[in-house]
Design a protein around this ligand. Sequence first.
Ligand code: SF4
Ligand code: SF4
Ligand code: SF4
Length: 173
Amino acid sequence: MFEADDAKTTLNRRQLLRGQFHQQPLLIRPPWARPEDEFVQLCTRCDACIKACWDEILTRGSGGFPEIRFHSSGCDFCGDCLKACDTGALNAPVPAPSLAWRHRASIESSCLSLNGIVCRSCGDACDTEAISFKLQTRGRATPLLDTERCNGCGECFAVCPNDSISLAIPEAN
Ligand code: SF4
Ligand code: SF4
Ligand code: SF4
């Protein structure tokens, strides 16, 4: 049986080189995962999706079930995990990759830019241009996050040097 702490042993090489591990309290299954109760029934913990993920953001989590960890990069929705899974655990029908999961990013008050330190890392990393900056006085710039454009890819979470991005499922979502 898989131990809960085993996820820590699967830190990939990029994580180790980077020497850090962002805290990610929200449990996130692979994209296109069925609702949680169905997912844990269907998933055989075969690791096929984990092996298929070239971004190396999938890892064995609690109970041996796959979880996303946006430690070193985000998800590009390539669909390789989906193709690798033959149990139906990952075949939730969604009309667009942006709906492959429900969580979205948000920016916390600790953001460097909000506190007068020049940083645009999250905006530079966001492919959907969901993050923009509104210039303020004294070198500050307020990051603005468009949740309609955000697809939850996690890239901003991975690159933020200050752990100022959080991921959560919006209440109305
Ligand atoms: S490929 Fe499917 S069945 Fe195998 S671990 Fe991933 S989600 Fe579970
Ligand atoms: S990367 Fe982090 S610190 Fe930098 S602007 Fe974005 S949220 Fe702020
Ligand atoms: S999680 Fe959302 S805001 Fe962050 S990089 Fe991805 S699309 Fe952009």
